[in-house]
Design a protein around this ligand. Structure first.
Ligand code: CDP
Ligand code: CDP
Length: 217
């Protein structure tokens, strides 16, 4: 069973994907980490003429070792860098096989990102598109950063998330939109447990309908 979880920044997709993976006993890949690792690798050259070529080279050289420094990878600044390398078509294609191989391992997997249901796994068994309003997402990310001792300027964070969302949504190579067969889950009013329960209900219903030979949409 392949479960695709997509959504904008701080919508709770990673938490939800990890919860689903645990519930169904599947491995989980946070694909944002790949883009973050590429962004981090070329951080010094951001907005210089060689940036694009360096990002492509970093994406081609990426391996699991680059995904270990979670503190640096998950910072807000690295998120911005990630969205800058994510608009480069060759970066996306260099990261495709890693994601596709993870998704198609025996037994299945849960992947979360922006383009899982549209580009990486258009054949996923269940697709979830996670939404939450901008203010709720900013507040969640703010608390997540504060819990790590990072001081947060909420106005700056709000603008940074909105700008990143815009770059992602307008990314011509991005595939960031709700797939026609994706289930929309708005978590604005849902805590983590309630969102997970709702997602499990969608997955179980979709799989039951599939087993019965019907489609769920
Ligand atoms: O992966 P994504 O950036 O979409 O979000 P996340 O890292 O899963 O969630 C961002 C923060 O919001 C985390 O600290 C979660 O614990 C929190 N969260 C929440 O408060 N309510 C939810 N329904 C989901 C996540
Ligand atoms: O957790 P959050 O939503 O803040 O970010 P993320 O999922 O770690 O992704 C960081 C950036 O990587 C996004 O803003 C996108 O620009 C890019 N990304 C992408 O283009 N495609 C994916 N499948 C995952 C991330």
């Amino acid at each position: 069973m392949i479960i695709a979880v997509d959504g904008p920044a701080a919508s709770g997709k990673g938490t939800l994907a990890a919860g689903l993976a645990q519930h169904y006993g599947l491995p989980h890949l946070d694909t944002g980490l790949l883009y973050r690792a590429v962004g981090l690798a070329v951080a010094d050259g951001v907005d210089t003429p060689g940036f694009e070529a360096a990002a492509i080279a970093a994406a081609r050289a990426l391996d699991a070792e680059h995904l270990e420094d979670l503190a640096s990878l998950t910072s807000a600044d690295t998120g911005v860098l990630a969205s800058k390398v994510a608009v480069i078509a060759e970066v996306r294609s260099a990261l495709f096989d890693f994601q596709r191989n993870f998704a198609t391992q025996p037994g299945g997997a849960v992947l979360d990102g922006r383009d899982i249901g549209t580009k990486i796994c258009p054949d996923a068994d269940v697709k979830l598109f996670i939404q939450a309003d901008s203010k709720a997402r900013m507040e969640r990310r703010a608390r997540q950063l504060e819990a790590r001792g990072v001081e947060v300027d909420r106005y700056a964070l709000f603008h940074q998330i909105e700008e990143r969302d815009a770059r992602d949504m307008l990314n011509p190579n991005g595939g960031f939109y709700q797939a026609a067969d994706a289930h929309l889950l708005d978590t604005t009013q849902l805590g983590i447990e309630a969102a997970l329960r709702a997602a499990i209900a969608i997955v179980d219903r979709t799989m039951a309908l599939k087993a019965g030979g019907q489609t769920s949409s």
